[in-house]
Ligand binder design. Structure first.
Ligand code: K7E
Ligand code: CUA
Length: 762
């Protein structure tokens, strides 16, 4: 890893000499002077710059905080690649505007109410054997206790589940080492029953916290709510959680604050929550044997609350699956080390991080050695006897991530606005770096797995203050990229994020992700199953049943079938569209003006929009993605007629004047274009193009377009034979449209082959 820094340095040094000749007018020194850049700046730039056409080493998935979305960006370039709509409608992706995605969002309804936002905090990538496998992403919604499942084959949200017993959550989403369970801990204690009031005076008796273990069915790609269960916990504000791994696999850890169980109420003259919730010196780390909890659940040792299985505290205590360890007050992060031997806890109001030894915890439990019980009878293990060490790091330590080097950890210091690099085995501070400002979480590459990758760290700061051009009182977020490949950390880059507060983020080696580029034609992308509404070319139809007009349509450059949809006022209109394209990145959109519907039709996808045609009028529909030269012409009309309206007899469309000369010009244009196509085809087939799957796909798509020509050619020739020059010209024009699309694909394939070293074989 040292090599990287050194290599970049050499490149810059070499660049200083070379650039002048390569770029002519301005030398690198000129640019440095003009832009007031130092050598250090250039080195940082060379470590983050990803040249045009090149890709990033890692992909980060960041919570989008109050936006209810997930932000995907590349590292080290910090280029944003996508916002994934999760808990919040996202119109570009049609999320919340087509019926298929509305069904996903409907999974997140609570008490019959739509909830159209979320407070996303902690994303988690699925793991196999404790290592990121790049298949799924999970994220929690703190405000409305929910977990979402995103499939990384297409980066789409597939499922939202509502926690059946919590009223808020925080300690999720984190996955077990084989992703058979996803953990979600509650935050603010409340009655577990839904729609049930108890006065705050009964807080200790009736209010509860808890932790839920969601069963993940990897084959279905969905959480199985019926196989999921919770454990009742005391009304301490449970906070973050983590699963054990390696030697600690089978256990989970959830910390808490406000174990004082203080209830504020300044309006009644009581000191506020913040005073009462931090009065004691310690709070509690919950230590849970979750594998044994699964057994108890399977044995039916649960109570149904709101129809959901809950292992009650009494059972958990009796069965010996629940323990507490005092931890320094108001802790926030709890992070299991990659080797699974230690649990690192940081307290916001303590300058230390505490490193607990899993071995020592097990020894105390085996020996039945407890220092006391909490008010609910949960055995309390001694903090002193289970600590491996405590390390003084600085003010406001929060979260910890790990390096690829053994024993090396990084902890965020919120109050100091710093990152501390330290050795958790030996309890030594190694380095510190300032960040801007008030860092919350931090992220190293695959840094919470059993196999962290080193290289980079991103500081997710709570405040940006003066770092960017001002854009009003609401500032962007600041993600700062830090190079951790050397002994000293160096700050490389500030990235503004113009979305909600990022809490946690996770980053995975880019080559572990294998997203698809097209769906099988007629796929409902939200269920990953064939849509019953998908049709192929030629199968399009429009039906009327009672007051419902239903359209099974298709989209392909540059037209929809059908191009006219007729309805009467008051009809229900249902439009299914299938994108017939096979070419990469040939997405079409679909909207009907003023009806608040939108689809994003990636190649092969089938989507549906539904609405009531409640107003007479003429409503254009059109494609919302600039998909081809004739994208603007990818259009049609929804005609909403008065009830019982009939056309007058013998009306026809206005005619345009076309002549035989016009037709001849069309034929010439077609012949010229065919010459271009022929030369491109000759080039492609003279190479080993079959060795390039991307090119094979383009060639398939080109033949698909060319294959439509004979039919249409027959039409213009038949019209010409009848001297119907209008139809002859227009059908000839359509031939040319297919030629243009064929040529476009052919030229793209040719460029690709030239740039990727195709060999001549003929
Ligand atoms: Cu903002 Cu993990 Cu929800 Cu810490 S959390 S900062
Ligand atoms: Cu299809 Cu624009």
């Amino acid at each position: 890893m040292k090599m990287r820094g050194l290599k970049s340095g050499l490149l810059v040094a070499a660049g200083l000499g070379l650039v002048a000749s390569a770029w002519g007018a301005e030398s690198l020194q000129d640019v440095m002077k003009r832009r007031n850049l130092s050598q250090q700046d250039l080195l940082a730039a060379s470590k983050t710059y990803v040249p045009t056409g090149k890709r990033d080493e890692f992909l980060a998935f960041s919570s989008g905080g109050q936006s209810g979305q997930v932000i995907v960006y590349g590292i080290p370039s910090m280029r944003i690649l996508k916002y994934i709509g999760v808990f919040t409608p996202e119109p570009w992706q049609g999320y919340g505007f087509d019926e298929e995605s509305k069904a996903v969002l409907a999974g997140g309804r609570i008490d019959g109410h739509d909830i159209t936002w979320g407070d996303t905090h902690h994303p988690a990538i699925s793991e196999t054997d404790g290592k990121y496998d790049g298949q799924f992403l999970f994220i929690n919604d703190k405000a409305n206790p929910r977990i979402a499942v995103i499939d990384l084959r297409d980066f789409e949200t597939k499922q939202i589940v509502v926690n059946p017993v919590f009223k808020s959550d925080h300690g999720g989403a984190f996955v077990s080492p084989n992703t058979d369970y996803i953990i979600e801990a509650s935050q603010y204690a409340a009655p577990l029953e839904n729609r049930k009031f108890y006065p705050l005076e009964e807080f200790n008796e009736k209010y509860r916290g808890g932790v839920t273990y969601w069963k993940f069915d990897r084959k279905e790609g969905l959480i199985d709510t019926k196989q999921s269960f919770s454990i009742e916990l005391p009304p301490y504000s449970q906070d973050l959680s983590d699963f054990g791994k390696g030697p600690s696999d089978g256990w989970s850890f959830t910390n808490s604050f406000c174990s004082e169980r203080y209830v504020g109420g300044i309006e009644k003259g009581r000191p506020p929550y913040e005073a009462g919730c931090s009065a004691k010196d310690t709070d509690y780390l919950h230590v849970i044997n979750w594998k044994k909890a699964v057994e108890l659940f399977k044995q039916g040792k649960t109570k149904k609350i709101n129809g959901h299985d809950v292992i009650m505290m009494d059972t958990a205590i009796k069965e010996g699956i629940l323990f507490l360890i005092p931890e320094a007050k108001s802790p926030h992060g709890v992070d299991v080390t990659p080797d699974g031997k230690y649990i690192v806890v940081a307290g916001k109001l303590d300058t230390h991080v505490s490193v607990f030894s899993f071995d020592k915890i097990m020894a105390a439990i085996k020996a039945g050695k407890f220092e006391s019980k909490d008010p609910y009878g949960i055995p309390v293990i001694s903090m002193q006897e289970t600590l491996h060490n405590q390390v003084e790091l600085g003010l406001g330590p929060l979260h910890t991530q790990f390096d690829s080097k053994p024993c090396v950890a990084y902890t965020s210091l919120y109050v100091d606005s710093q990152v501390a690099k330290w050795n958790f085995c030996e309890g030594k501070v190694l380095d510190k770096i300032s960040v801007h400002y008030n860092i919350g979480h931090l992220m190293t590459m695959e840094g919470d797995s059993t196999d962290p990758k080193g290289h980079y760290l991103v500081a997710l700061n709570k405040l940006a203050i003066d770092r960017f051009n001002p854009v009003g009182p609401l500032h962007p977020q600041n993600h700062q990229l830090i190079d951790i490949s050397n002994d000293k950390m160096t700050l490389l880059y500030d990235m503004p994020i113009p979305l909600g507060e990022p809490h946690y983020a996770v980053a995975i080696a880019a080559d572990k992700l294998k997203p698809g580029i097209r769906y099988a034609v007629g796929t409902n992308s939200r269920t990953d199953k064939p849509s019953p509404y998908g049709v192929r070319a030629g199968e399009e139809k429009t039906t009327r049943t009672g007051n419902t007009v239903e359209v099974w349509g298709t989209a392909i450059r540059s037209h929809y079938t059908p191009e006219t949809i007729e309805a009467e006022v008051g009809d229900d209109v249902i439009i299914h569209m299938t994108n017939l394209e096979r070419a990469e990145d040939e997405t079409h959109g679909f909207t009907v003006g003023t009806y608040n519907v939108h689809m994003s039709l990636e190649p092969g996808k089938t989507s549906t929009v539904k609405f009531k045609a409640d107003r007479e009028g003429v409503y254009p529909y059109y494609c919302t993605e600039f998909c081809s030269a004739l994208h603007l012409e990818m259009q049609g009309y929804l005609l909403v007629k008065p009830k019982g309206w009939k056309p007058e007899a013998n009306t026809t469309m206005a005619k345009a004047a076309y002549t035989e000369d016009d037709y001849k010009k069309q034929l010439k244009k077609i012949a010229d274009t065919q010459a271009v196509i022929d030369s491109v085809v000759a080039y492609i087939t003279s190479t080993n193009y079959k060795d390039f799957p991307d090119v094979v796909a383009m060639v398939d798509d080109a033949f698909d377009q060319a294959g439509k020509i004979p039919d249409v050619k027959a039409k213009h020739e038949a019209a010409a034979a009848k001297k119907d020059w209008e139809n002859a010209c227009l059908w000839a024009e359509q031939v040319w449209q297919y030629q243009v699309k064929t040529a476009d694909l052919g030229l793209r394939a040719k460029t690709y082959l030239e740039q990727n070293g195709a060999k001549k074989i003929k």
